[in-house]
Design a binder for this molecule. Structure first.
Ligand code: ATP
Length: 758
């Protein structure tokens, strides 16, 4: 038995837990009116996922929960558990026993569980559909609904048939696939729209990236140029430094040597400075000599004068002595004569100036007197005293003369001594002069050489300074190169400069290049730097990353579109496959049902025939079917829906329409169809709630027979008051409702059942 049990707890009139076990093919539930039998049937619908509260005879979810009665308080939740034996795996789930459970709470919240695990309603529906237990409930015929299938419209009939044929699973799959297809198309549109939005950004970024790429290439070019430039510049500077260093070496050494020589020469010159003391000495000696000379000359003059006086006095003495002896030879002193002459000359001059003769005579008289006085004076003046006086003077003079002569001798000796000293000092000075001249010459020579060397050194220093500037410039350039070209640009040490033949240039060849070429190279670098600056390399990493990200995103989206289109194609083909399968199985199913339907119909009515007919209804308006096409072939342009019509042909009556059948006949036709459907594709169980209510005794028997043959394929749960029907059941359950107002379940015997049913 696939169906094992039904547990009802709090559902409708079942206030407390009640259990129905289905151990035989046919189980009958019997009980008086209003005891809760139909509630038990509804419990099946409920647990199988029925969503229409109305079809469960309620208005809202709360109506499904035991609402309280005289002896029992109301409960807050209703739960129904349906247990299947799944050892045959008729339910596609890996459990030997499957319990479906549905719980409804007073706030209308529903819970669905499979073997105690919460699931979605959809999971339950799909699980059941795969076992032909569809939601249309074709296998649960409620009370008064025996002819439900006959009353349903064509579309509902089709749904019931599809459900019964187990095609619902395909329908689900188809709907699901269509939904997925719709979603996929939406996603394609979304993704394409994203790509459209992204495109201008990518275009913009691509341009930026192209610029960055150009800048990168330019930077690469710059790196190569830099390497060669820096290599050459550094080689040049190194070489120049060495050259200057070398060229500086000899002058420096020579200058040190010269400095030493100069110091020595200066020392010599310094030593010759003593010359001045000698010169001074010479000058003093010469001065002294001059003084000696002057003194000597004075002494000599004095000596001469004294000599003269001596001679004069000696002559005077002689003359006096002679005069003493003779008057006429008497001599007068010249000075006396000069005095007289001078007086006469004065008087004569006066005479020349006067005009009066008297005055002249007076003056002449005076001149006569003067002359007379002179003559008178000199007559007889000389005495021997005078001679004595003269001799006395002479003696004095001779003494003086002797003294002078002594002095002259002494001074002459001094003169000689000075002259000798002067000669000596002069020779000394000459000797010194010779030495200092030599030193001076030497100093001049040294200084001239020093100046020459200073010029050389200064020129080299100039070169050194220029080189230092170039070195500074190189360092600055290195820094700039590092910034613009990274480490690569400044790693010129190992860089090999090659000629156009790819031969590595030697250090000498590198240096032999004209500096103007290097300057041109520098200018070229400057130009590239300017171009790079104009391009502006800021944020290139971010742009590249953004571009890569955007491209990645775009190609991801493109791939996604392809994937989505692919899945859209597969979904479309799946839908087509499902439609084909549905169509095929539907039509094959209809054929099979028609065979069984006619057979059951004939059994019920003792002849005649019945059948299902597929009709196509054209959709004129949205959701509205307006026209039924009876004969259709192939696809039409218009949207249509297929439905089912039922044709019956009564064996004895001219009845063509279902409308013309009696209540019992309608019930029989309905049962025949239901049984036909169930036989073609047997559901695990069928619940028939008083389907036999309208049948007379003869038909009840036929019904009973058909039930028995149907029970070979499906488990039957029959709610009935019919004795005949009860008699076919293996197990009977009685439902009672006491004064408490709650239904109770109990297993009973046939006789009890007959009694209860009555
Ligand atoms: P009949 O033989 O006449 O068809 P039945 O045995 O099928 O009767 P049901 O229709 O199953 O009877 O039961 C109806 C009873 O269930 C009513 O008495 C009704 O009051 C009771 N009932 C329905 N819903 C609830 C509820 N939510 N709480 C309590 N009792 C309820």
């Amino acid at each position: 038995m696939l169906l094992k049990s039904l547990e009802i707890n709090g559902f409708k009139s079942f206030a407390k837990k009640g259990l129905l076990e289905f151990s035989t093919p046919i189980t009958s539930i019997v009980g008086p009116n209003g005891s809760g039998k139909s509630n038990a049937a509804e419990a099946f619908r409920f647990v199988l996922g029925e969503q229409s509260i109305k079809s469960l005879r309620g208005k809202k979810g709360e109506d499904l929960i035991f609402n309280g009665a005289a002896e029992a308080g109301r409960v807050n939740r209703a739960s129904v558990k349906l247990t299947f034996d799944n050892s045959s795996k008729f339910l596609p789930i890996d459990f030997d026993e499957v319990t479906l459970e549905r719980i409804v709470h007073r706030d209308s919240v529903n819970e669905y569980l499979i073997n105690g695990s919460a699931v979605r309603l959809k999971d339950i529906s799909e699980l059941l559909a795969s076992a032909h237990i569809g939601s249309s409930g074709h296998h649960i015929i409620s009370q008064g609904e025996a002819d439900r299938i006959l009353n349903a419209n064509t579309k509902e009939k089709r749904e019931m048939i599809e459900d019964a044929l187990g095609l619902k699973i395909y329908q689900y799959k188809k709907v699901e696939s269509e939904r997925k297809l719709e979603k996929t198309k939406e996603n394609i549109e979304k993704v394409e729209s994203l790509r459209r939005e992204l495109a201008p950004h990518i275009r913009f970024l691509r341009k930026q990236v192209e610029k960055i790429e150009k800048a990168r290439l330019l930077r690469e070019e710059l790196v190569v140029l830099y390497k060669e430039y820096l290599k050459r510049e550094s080689s040049y500077i190194t070489n120049e430094k060495e050259r200057i260093h070398k060229e500086m070496h000899a002058p420096k050494i020579e200058l040190t040597e010269l400095e030493k020589n100069l110091a020595e020469a200066k020392a010599v010159l310094e030593a010759s400075k003593t010359e001045s003391t000698k010169t001074f000495e010479l000058m003093s000696l010469e001065q002294a000599l001059r003084e000696v000379d002057t003194n000597k000359n004075e002494l000599l003059r004095e000596a001469g004068r004294i000599e003269g006086e001596v001679h004069s006095i000696e002559r005077l003495i002689r003359r006096e002595k002679e005069a003493l002896m003779r008057e006429d030879t008497k001599t007068v002193y010249l000075r006396d004569v000069e005095v007289v002459a001078k007086n006469i000359e004065g008087l004569a001059l006066e005479a020349n100036q006067v005009s009066g003769i008297e005055e002249i005579r007076s003056l002449v008289q005076k001149i006569k007197e003067e002359l007379r006085a002179f003559v008178e004076h000199n007559k007889g003046v000389v005495t021997t005293d005078e001679v004595a006086s003269y001799e006395n003077d002479l003696n004095e003079l001779q003494t003086k003369r002797n003294e002078l002569e002594d002095k002259i001798v002494s001074i002459k000796s001094d003169e000689i001594s000075f002259r000798e000293k002067i000669v000596f000092v002069k020779s000394e000075i000459d000797k010194d002069k010779e030495g200092s001249m030599e030193a001076e010459k030497n100093i001049f020579k040294i200084m001239a050489r020093q100046n020459e060397l200073f010029a050389v050194v200064s020129s080299l220093r100039g070169e050194e300074n220029r080189l230092a500037l170039e070195d500074e410039e190189l360092k600055r350039e290195l820094e700039e190169a590092r910034v613009l070209g990274g480490r690569e640009a400044v790693s010129y040490d190992e860089y090999e400069i090659k000629n156009i033949n790819g031969e590595v240039l030697s250090f000498e060849t590198i240096l032999s290049e004209n500096r103007t070429v290097q300057h041109d190279r520098r200018r070229n670098i400057e130009k590239i730097k300017i171009r790079l600056e104009e391009m502006g390399g800021g944020g290139s990493e971010e742009i590249m990353k953004e571009f890569r990200d955007a491209e990645e995103r775009d190609s991801f989206l493109a791939k996604e579109v392809i994937d989505l289109e692919q899945s859209s194609i597969s979904l479309a083909s799946l839908i087509k496959e499902l439609e084909d399968k549905l169509n095929l199985e539907f039509r094959q199913g209809i054929d099979k049902i028609n065979l069984a339907f006619t057979e059951f119909f004939k059994k019920m009515f003792g002849g005649g025939h019945a059948g299902l007919r597929v009709v196509r209804e054209i959709k004129r308006k949205r959701g509205e079917l307006s026209e039924i096409e009876e004969n259709f072939e192939g696809d039409t342009e218009e949207e249509y829906e297929e439905g089912i019509e039922i044709d019956v042909s009564h064996p004895f009556k001219k009845v063509k329409s279902l409308m013309m059948l009696s209540g019992g006949e309608r019930a029989l036709t309905s049962i025949a169809l239901l049984f036909a459907i169930s036989q073609v594709n047997p559901p695990p169980f069928i619940i028939l709630d008083e389907t036999d209510a309208a049948l007379d005794e003869a038909n009840s028997r036929k019904y009973g027979d058909m039930i028995e043959s149907l029970a070979k394929y499906s488990q039957l749960i029959l709610i009935t008051h019919n004795r005949e029907t009860m008699s076919r059941a293996g197990v009977l359950y009685g439902v009672t409702m006491g004064a408490g107002g709650a239904s109770k379940l109990l297993s009973i015997k046939f006789d009890e059942a007959v009694a209860v049913a009555k």
